[in-house]
Design a protein around this ligand. Structure first.
Ligand code: PLP
Length: 388
């Protein structure tokens, strides 16, 4: 049975060209970039080339990029780093109720240590209101963190509008762009952000490497202490193969993003419309237009997301019931609840995320299999019987 992978938001396969670019840096050019001899300096050279490629993807300067172990570390560094470096100015941070756990748990950690956090609500589509951001600002606010695109429902937030507000107020602005980078165009100056998180494995790079963009002049405290790597902002010997892979993936994304977004949007809309036509009592979650080109999130009433997911898996189709991190949890997704979706409907939600190797045949196959799965599960569903 051919496997159909439609969970690119959880992770992407590493692009073969990325793997090819990485390979020599395991065995041939394996030197430590801090070593002064040629094999170390060669590694240092390619490290800096990769920094330029990642910086180019978001319109940043290369010295504003700090490589990390992934999106989670980038979020932690951005939030804890600014919180502790600017404690003398205030202790208030504004974020949203639909952030990834990497942001929410970091904020919770700070909340337990004396910081005050405002979690802004979102509307039924998952959009944060720039006006709510403005109203939440106090003279103690030191950081605002709003994700660029949501990992579960794909909603793209009005980051540039919020950026104008944070600039006027002179408050640092962080965006978690882990799901957006490489998929939609990003320019840090147009967005008005001071900090931006990325992760290589969401854009066909390897796992375990990410980056934080830190605008020049931003006051940030490091939390990895040791050597002078990354200009003293993140100690530890650099993950050279990973960083090379990230650089290559960023370069490919920049070249292919425009065409790829068009292709994937077509498939996305075909899947959305096809499901809405074929299955009754279902709804699309997230914004109908302001959403990532590859994201589809639906709620199917009277069936459990897990049951649909397992039945699709038996047919060779890999999809998610919520975010990757909550697939082991039976709690309904905090994002869907924040959109005002009742828990029973949130329990019946599925996320499809498409990517570079998704085809129209795969979409047709899902449109054939999912209605059958739903019909079978509904026939056994006590939820439907109780409803009748
Ligand atoms: N932020 C968002 C929006 C994500 O979707 C993810 C991963 O799913 C992360 C952060 C964490 O990234 P990483 O897996 O690289 O730590």
């Amino acid at each position: 049975m051919r496997r159909i992978y439609l969970d690119y938001a959880a992770t992407t396969p590493t692009h073969p060209e990325v793997v090819k670019a990485m390979l020599p840096y395991f065995t041939e050019v394996f030197g430590n970039p801090s070593s002064i001899y040629s094999c170390g300096q060669e590694a240092k050279g390619v490290l800096e080339e990769s920094r330029v490629k990642v910086a180019n993807l978001i319109g940043a300067q290369n010295e504003e990029i700090v490589f990390t172990s992934g999106g989670t570390e980038a979020d932690n560094l951005a939030i804890k780093g600014t919180a502790y470096a600017n404690e003398n100015k205030g202790n208030h941070i504004i974020t949203t109720s639909i952030e990834h756990h990497a942001v929410l748990e970091t904020c919770k950690f700070l909340e337990e240590r004396g910081f005050r956090i405002t979690y802004l609500p979102v509307d039924e589509y998952g959009l944060v209101s720039p006006d709510d951001v403005r109203k939440a600002i106090t003279d103690k606010t030191i950081l605002i963190s709003v994700m660029q695109a949501n990992n579960e429902v794909g909603t793209i937030e009005p980051i540039a509008e919020i950026g104008k507000i944070t600039r006027e107020a002179g408050i640092y602005f962080h965006t978690d762009a882990v799901q957006a980078a490489g998929h939609i165009p990003i320019n840090v100056d147009e967005l008005g952000v001071d900090l931006l998180s990325m992760s290589a494995h969401k854009l066909y790079g390897p796992k375990g490497v990410g980056a934080l963009y830190i605008r020049k002049g931003t006051k940030l405290l490091s939390f990895m202490h040791g050597g002078e790597q990354e200009r003293g902002r993140r100690a530890s010997t650099e993950n050279i193969p990973g960083i090379i892979g990230f650089g290559k993936a960023a370069e490919l994304a920049q070249q292919e993003m425009g065409e790829e977004a068009k292709r994937v949007t077509f498939l996305r809309d075909k899947l959305i419309n096809g499901l809405l036509e074929r299955i009754d009592h279902i709804q699309l979650n997230g914004h109908p237009q302001k959403r990532l080109p590859n994201n589809i999130n639906i709620s199917v009433t009277f069936v459990e997301g897990e049951s649909m997911c397992l039945n699709l898996d038996l047919a060779g189709i890999c999809i998610a019931t919520g975010s990757a991190c909550s697939s082991s949890s039976i709690e309904p997704s905090h994002v869907l609840l924040a959109l005002g979706i009742p828990p029973e409907r949130a329990h019946g939600s599925l996320r499809f995320s498409l990517g570079k190797w998704s085809t129209e045949e795969e979409i047709d196959r899902v449109l054939e299999v999912l209605p059958q799965v739903v019909a079978k599960l509904r026939a056994m569903s006590p939820l439907l019987k109780n409803h009748k």
